[in-house]
Design a protein around this ligand. Sequence first.
Ligand SMILES: Nc1ncnc2c1ncn2[C@@H]1O[C@H](COP(=O)(O)OP(=O)(O)OP(=O)(O)O)[C@@H](O)[C@H]1O
Length: 292
Amino acid sequence: MSEPLLVADHLTKDYGTFRALADLTLSVAAGEVVGLLGPNGSGKSTALRLMLGFLKPTSGRARIGGFDCWADSVETRKRVAYLPGELRLYDTMTGRRLVTFLGRLRGDAPGPEVDALAKKLDIDIDRPLTHMSSGMKRKVALLAVLVPKVPLIILDEPTNTLDPTMRDELLEQLKSARARGQAVLFSSHVLQEVETVCDRVAVLRRGELVHVQEMSELREGRSVSARLTGPPPAHGPGGAELAPNTVSADGRLQMTFRGPLPVLLDWLARQPLTDLVIEPQGLAPIYKRFHG
Ligand SMILES: Nc1ncnc2c1ncn2[C@@H]1O[C@H](COP(=O)(O)OP(=O)(O)OP(=O)(O)O)[C@@H](O)[C@H]1O
């Protein structure tokens, strides 16, 4: 069986005596969207820059399409479109010239999709970049990343400086990229955006991978919060055992339920409730476990 599109294999980076990334092993398959989640300084950008061949690993390696990201960086970069966390654009160009220039560097001639995408992102790409706000420049950079149909898109905190409408548009664009079979790896510290779009989420803490979450597992779960006015129930939904701290001393019920909704509703209907919230299970409790 061939290896996944992107493979990080015990990837480690020290800056002097400081270990910014420790032993990261992670893969991204074609057509998969993976989020790299962690607070400031947890090693997200370092991981992405190692995968792009901008940094030499202290030990371990990363491969894209079977090529080593450091030793064969020309080959690996042909397969990747990258949005850096901090932009350095050629300010004298218009947005259109920049996108065309970057396309030509990889041997593509961007077609009419540039204008369609510019319209969706609500940018005038014929304005010089010097006349654009930082959010507009970021949208031009996003356009340059979304136009080429490369196997892998890597984005470092792509929603930074985007307004909420544009953030949603970007997430839609990432879903479209997945539907075309492109893989996406992006860093973020915003739980809600990774929940919306990712197939898998990798949580970093101080340079270490502390958790990998398949989002499909969470989407099957529901988080239930309620207040009980009577004694705690003897059993959970469908007669299942209840975990010991499901109901606190002051009557607050907090649980996760996986199973058919009617079973949950039937059980809840028989409890002495004054308050009830049922939500899709999100990443928040998992993230809090590592970054509480
Ligand atoms: N060139 C460098 N020299 C020394 N230390 C560095 C260098 N670049 C990053 N670091 C340190 O490595 C750690 C990881 O940084 P990195 O930029 O990878 O984190 P991050 O998760 O992307 O953070 P943010 O969310 O703030 O962008 C931080 O402690 C940072 O200070």
